[in-house]
Design a protein around this ligand. Structure first.
Ligand SMILES: *Cc1c(COP(=O)(O)O)cnc(C)c1O
Length: 408
């Protein structure tokens, strides 16, 4: 049955764009995307022919200075944004800092002292709010709510809401257009964190009225560990937007070496320092793995993979107290699903030893991500069977699976 699904999969050939290890089923592309085949070739070429051979001349000869813009152009299509509204820069955490500080400056500090976010949001998002608020003298109050309370929490006293579209634990997905409409009625700026949605589900940032967004390059975009992130700022907000990180690459003309900061006219003002050329080349290879593929096809396959995995889990692992904690409705989920179990950490370690890589998220979750470009339907089947065996044989009880590694 799964073989038939794979045979009918219109994007099955995309798997050949990746260099995946044999005998491994990788269900963690939502945390670190797989290695594209082209990346080592391209990086080697860049190192030898560009950096090694042409040295500093490469900034012009190979137009390194416009690298972020070139790669952003390719990325914009996958976000449903125009190229003038997206720029690749820094990390997701740093981009949250830039947008948050800039959005607070745009808001009326006399009447809006609340920042809204979700209690279960990814920690760095909440930490960045703390840092920005401390820097601004602690004027703001962080109001943490549950996912289903976000809409009601958007009020006229809320300056900014920092909303992660797809929850990193449960995969729960917010309706972006809906929340944006509510925010525009109350004059609240929403900063969307797209780390677990971009590259896995179709996005229409412009069409859905998004003002600001950030997301990762190393998850579904396959840019490699620590790849640069992206930041989106709607055209209408750009000319008044002040980044707190007013670095020289965001200057109107960096190479004038002028003594005063004048921001670039558009999205480029969100650049800060010298672009990470090697990392950008790797990210470009990652984004190129989407060549010729529509996000619609990606989204359809993501849902089909998740639904199949869930059905197989009910069928094969229904007796092992693995509690499904993701939303049941397919349009309410991103591209990963999670199951709670008291011994989730040990179970995942045992499963990884059997060649099935998912991950563990505290306090008690087994998480499985489906990267549509390279995950096959047979992988879902094989993964569930391996998990069944881990549970049936109680393999997770072995001593070696009980101590936690530094990175989980
Ligand atoms: C992965 C992830 C991040 C990571 O931020 P970095 O700055 O790249 O470490 C941030 N937010 C969310 C929601 C994530 O899932």
């Amino acid at each position: 049955m799964c073989e038939a699904h794979d045979a009918n999969d219109s994007i099955r050939d995309c798997r050949d764009r990746f260099d995946l290890p044999e005998h491994t089923i990788y269900l963690d592309g939502n945390s670190l995307g797989a290695l594209p085949r082209r990346t080592p070739v391209r990086i080697n070429e860049l190192l030898r022919n560009e950096w090694g051979e042409s040295l500093i001349k490469s900034w012009n000869k190979h137009d390194w200075a416009a690298f972020p813009q070139r790669v952003s152009l390719k990325l914009a299509r996958l976000l449903g944004a125009s190229a003038s509204e997206v720029i690749i820069a820094d990390s997701t955490s740093v981009n949250i800092f830039k947008l948050l500080a800039g959005a607070l400056v745009l808001s009326d500090v006399e009447t809006r002292r609340i920042i809204v976010s979700e209690r279960g949001n990814f920690p760095t998002d909440l930490y960045m709010v703390e840092g920005v608020n401390a820097m601004l003298g602690g004027k703001y109050t962080l109001r943490l709510v549950e996912a289903e309370e976000v809409e009601a929490a958007l009020d006229h006293d809320v300056a900014v809401a920092l909303v992660t579209q797809v929850d990193y634990r449960t995969g729960r997905q917010h309706n972006m257009a809906h929340l944006n409409t509510r925010a525009s009625q109350t004059g609240t700026h929403i900063i969307w964190d797209l780390s677990h949605s971009a590259g896995a589900i179709p996005l229409e940032l412009a069409g859905d009225g998004a003002e600001m967004a950030v997301g990762c390059g190393y998850k579904y975009f396959n840019g490699g560990p620590g790849a640069p992130a992206f930041v989106y700022l709607a055209k209408a907000l750009q000319s008044n937007f002040a980044t707190p990180l007013s670095g020289w690459f965001g200057h109107q003309s960096p190479f004038a070496f002028s003594g005063t900061y004048v921001p670039a006219a558009g999205i480029e003002r969100l650049l800060c320092g010298t672009p990470p050329v090697i990392a950008l080349a790797a990210l470009e290879c990652g984004i190129d793995t989407f060549d010729g593929v529509t996000m619609d096809a990606i989204g359809k396959k993501s849902r089909a993979l998740s639904e199949l995995f869930m059905a197989l889990m009910r069928q094969e692992c229904g007796n092992y107290h693995l509690e499904f904690v993701s939303p049941a409705a397919e349009n309410a989920r991103g591209s990963h699903v999670s199951y709670a179990h008291e011994h989730a950490y040990a179970i995942m370690q045992a499963l990884i030893d059997r060649g099935v890589i998912g991950d563990f998220r505290p306090p008690n979750l087994l998480r499985f991500g489906f990267a549509p470009l390279y995950t096959r339907f047979v992988d879902c089947y094989d993964a569930v069977i391996q998990l069944h065996d881990v549970m049936a044989n109680e393999e997770w009880k072995a001593e070696k699976y009980q101590t936690r590694n530094r990175v989980t």
